[in-house]
Design a protein around this ligand. Structure first.
Ligand SMILES: *Cc1c(COP(=O)(O)O)cnc(C)c1O
Length: 380
């Protein structure tokens, strides 16, 4: 008999269901009200008061997100960046933060443009080298921020080892788990305190919802600050978006498994192509972070970057030659996308001029591969 502990496919479906509505509907209704009626005794009671503080659809969303990551609570936001901003704002003024050198460019920009104004000190370090992380620790280091695989170079960080370093100095670890998703990695299992998601990506899965979330291992003072900022500043998802996201999440584990499969097939194809100079996919045995990735991840996702054997102009030409793969930024949708990453990142971009980033979708893998094949043939 299998154990009675619920598995991810079951959590994804039932974690957001709620059968106590008046109509007994199987699927929760979208509750659009901004306010909730007080008791007959004339005062407010229960958890619902005003929609900035809470709404039934958002509560259902937060519940399923917390369960998916093995956390105790979650706070949902109107975008991934809103969630990341709150992580920084919830720290004590004067805190020092260590971030990966090739962190998501929006995270880098937020820290560079606002960190000092928010009373934060920071260092960007290559987190593949744990010694470098250790060397940058200061007496006031309060947060180590991790992103693995990194974007777009796919550097792999050992989450457990970083958490170990952080625990020694009483700092928190926040892991941006947008790319691995809870199907492939649960950072809390390895000691992370906070898991961040841009739910815009794989959890939403259809390129039609903007959202973010923070899931925590413990409801402590830090999370109390997160809640206060969420309630007080109101960068919250609408009831409609919360509802749509819980709907997407119900099929997410199966979608993600197919992204893993298609990603591996596309990477395999690219690995022998003569126009591909370097290929970055952690599922490949010769990827420098493969062993760590294999130890901490259950699958490697659908994100692939590669350096073309060519200059910027040729790289743009290849991207321009796809017929099936859409040219667009972002990732995690059912449709395959690719982009010349440097153009999307703009100023402050560290991405090589010949780098193409692919989000492998859920079309038949042979159709994706044949489109890449004809696009690569556009340069001689
Ligand atoms: C997209 C993304 C973000 C930002 O999320 P938004 O929903 O666009 O605000 C943060 N981290 C990673 C890894 C992302 O891919």
């Amino acid at each position: 008999m299998p154990s009675s502990k619920k598995r991810i496919e079951t959590i994804a479906i039932h974690g957001s269901m709620n059968h106590d509505s008046a109509s007994k509907s199987v699927v929760p209704a979208i509750e659009v009200s901004t306010n909730f009626v007080h008791s007959k005794e004339g005062h407010q009671e229960g958890e619902l008061l005003y929609a900035r503080h809470g709404n039934p659809n958002r509560i259902q969303l937060e519940k399923v997100l917390a369960e998916l990551e093995g956390g105790v609570a979650a706070a949902a936001f109107s975008s991934g960046m809103a969630a990341i901003g709150v992580v920084f704002l919830a720290l004590e003024s004067g805190s020092h933060v260590i971030l990966p050198e090739d962190v998501y460019h929006g995270t880098r920009k937020t820290m560079v443009e606002f960190g000092e104004r928010w009373g934060l000190e920071y260092d960007f370090v290559d987190m593949r080298d744990l010694q470098l992380v250790q060397d940058h620790i200061r007496p006031n280091t309060k947060l180590i921020y991790v992103e693995t695989p990194s974007n777009p170079l796919m550097h792999i960080t050992d989450v457990e080892k970083v958490c170990y370093v952080a625990k020694e100095i009483g700092a928190k670890v926040c892991v941006d788990n947008t790319w691995p998703t809870p199907l492939n990695l649960n950072p809390i299992e390895y000691g992370a305190d906070i898991v961040m998601h841009s739910t815009t990506k794989y959890l939403g899965g259809h390129s039609d919802i903007l959202g973010g979330a923070l899931i925590v291992a413990e409801e402590d003072q830090f999370f109390e600050n997160v809640r206060k900022i969420q309630y007080g500043q109101g960068a919250v998802p609408s009831p409609q978006d919360s509802w749509l996201l819980t709907r997407s999440i119900r099929s997410f584990p199966y979608r993600m498994r197919a992204h893993n499969e298609n990603g591996a097939k596309v990477a395999d194809y690219l690995s022998t192509h003569p126009k591909v100079k370097e290929l970055y996919y952690p599922g490949l045995k010769n990827h420098p972070g493969h062993d760590i990735a294999r130890a901490q991840m259950r699958g490697f996702g659908g994100m692939i970057s590669f350096l073309l054997d060519g200059n910027e102009k040729e790289t743009l030409k290849v991207v321009a030659s796809s017929k099936l793969i859409q040219r667009a930024t972002s990732l995690g949708g059912v449709e395959s996308l690719w982009e010349h990453r440097r153009s999307s990142e703009g100023t402050l971009s560290n991405s090589p001029e010949n780098l193409i980033r692919i989000s492998v979708g859920l079309e038949h893998p042979d159709d994706i591969i044949s489109d890449i094949d004809q696009a690569l043939a556009a340069i001689k």
